[in-house]
Ligand binder design. Structure first.
Ligand SMILES: [Fe+2]
Ligand SMILES: [Fe+2]
Length: 196
């Protein structure tokens, strides 16, 4: 366990990893890359790491056969089931980990949960609004680099330049974060962090 990480977060993380290990491994990668960006921007990297660990907690309610699709995109019906994971995750966490609940609910802009937990202060909402795009970017990037279906293979594992182009097209307001992300996973930034 990483020092300082909330025990409850690890319990939830363990439950999604037990349900579907690849989703657990994806959550670890999203958490670590989001933490790199958060640290570089002077944000609370520990909390952002935790948010990444549980961002897909709602996938506990998605059947394994659908989560295990890798060589083809989901059908329309399967995608409707996948889309429920934002609402399920938000409802699961909103009373116990309200900051993390926001990430679980809002990390897919096209089917995000609109509301915020009542427990959140105005300051917390501002913090969440900064963190959601970071986790969303890292989530997209990890899917791009690790999934094999035809939704991703056109650019998957090609040059850094083509990956950057795709990220900048999808996240035009986050160029600084993309610089950090690509530097952190491919270049010297993360090598330094991993040794530390
Ligand atoms: Fe997700
Ligand atoms: Fe994800």
């Amino acid at each position: 366990m990483y020092e300082g990480t909330n025990k409850l977060v690890w319990d939830y993380f363990a439950s999604i990893a037990a349900h579907h290990l690849p989703t657990g491994l994806h959550s670890i990668r999203v958490g670590k890359t989001a933490q790199c960006i958060g640290d570089a921007l002077g944000l609370d990297g520990v909390i952002i790491h935790e948010m990444g660990l549980v961002h897909d907690i709602g996938k506990k309610a998605v059947p394994i056969n659908i989560l295990s699709l890798d060589m083809r995109p989901p059908s329309k019906e399967e995608f409707e089931i996948i889309k429920t994971h934002t609402r399920v995750g938000y409802d699961l966490l909103k009373d116990v980990l309200p900051l993390h609940a926001c990430i679980a609910g809002k990390h897919h802009p096209t089917y995000a949960v609109a509301e915020y937990p009542l427990l959140l202060s105005i300051g917390d909402r501002v913090f969440v609004d900064v963190c959601v795009p970071i986790v969303t970017l890292c989530d997209f990037y990890d899917a791009l680099m690790t999934r094999h279906n035809t939704a991703y293979t056109s650019t998957n594992r090609r040059s850094v330049a083509s990956i950057r182009e795709l990220l900048e097209k999808n996240f035009p307001k986050q160029k600084e974060q993309i610089d950090i992300l690509l530097g952190s996973t491919i270049g010297p930034y993360v090598r330094k962090k991993r040794i530390a």
